[in-house]
Design a protein around this ligand. Structure first.
Ligand code: PXP
Length: 243
């Protein structure tokens, strides 16, 4: 299969983490989003958590107003977030699991044991004109269940891979799930824990159309600036696709 052009969406949550450390106005994640777009990002991702530990409601409205590329809102499948998404209407919502005590999203959505809750969320978002993606573990069962739930897209959780990037098993699960997703007609996205060092094998998977990357790019930006950090990631992705 010929690899399609792969999109890079930057997750700007951790710009807000820094701002919330002082509960002030800086640094502004909306300004960061504009800088990422100027550096060549194809889209902007933000996760409005129920505990509001980083991104705030006003940021979501600001991103909706200012993002010129594509706005992907990550959120839990709960009434409060569904109401907000249907009102603000980002282009895409990625449904993610959320636990208050976790440091970051730790695993894919449980779409097998709670399908009716997810199905009604998908319907509400789709009826509002929003494209829906499900953040799932890279397993055949989760990919096939996503297809049954009727979403156009899935995002494969790369967290396990990012902890063990040299394992054939972790990259193999991503390759197989991507292939199965594409065979079923799903758009395949991926993300979590990706860095310039480990992105190569994931970026090289031909079926993966979109990568969502945040923490490592914002961390690098502290040393080399956001513009170079975004470009550095793009170069690593392109190098993996052309080799
Ligand atoms: N994709 C999803 C669904 C996520 O929840 C996150 C983290 O918020 C990311 C991608 C980005 O992960 P990281 O910040 O580790 O690059």
């Amino acid at each position: 299969m010929r690899a399609k052009q792969q999109r890079l969406y930057i997750n700007i949550d951790h710009v807000a983490t820094l701002r919330q450390a002082r509960r002030g106005a800086e640094p502004d994640p909306v300004e960061a989003a504009i800088a990422c777009e100027a550096a060549g990002a194809d889209g902007i991702t933000a996760h409005l958590r129920e505990d509001r530990r980083h991104i705030q409601d006003a940021d979501i409205q600001g991103l909706k107003n200012k993002v010129r590329t594509y706005f992907n809102l990550e959120m839990a499948c709960v009434a409060e977030m569904l109401e907000l998404a249907c009102r603000i209407k980002p282009e895409q919502v990625t449904l993610v699991p959320e636990r208050r005590e976790e440091i970051t999203t730790e695993g894919g959505l449980d779409i097998i044991s709670e399908p009716s809750r997810i199905r009604s969320a998908i319907k509400a978002l789709t009826d509002a004109g929003i494209r829906v993606s499900l953040f799932i573990d890279p397993t055949r069962a989760a990919v096939e269940q996503s297809k049954k739930l009727g979403v156009p897209a899935i995002e494969l959780h790369t967290g396990t891979y990012s902890h063990r990037p040299d394992s054939e098993k972790t990259i193999g699960a991503l390759r197989e799930s991507s292939r199965r997703g594409a065979d079923l007609g799903l758009a395949v996205h991926a993300g979590h824990g990706l860095t310039v060092k480990n992105v190569g094998p994931v970026a090289a998977i031909p079926e993966i159309e979109e990568l969502n990357i945040g923490h490592s790019i914002i961390s690098r930006a502290v040393f080399i600036g956001l513009d170079r950090a975004v470009k550095e990631m793009r170069e690593a992705m392109l190098a993996a696709r052309s080799s």
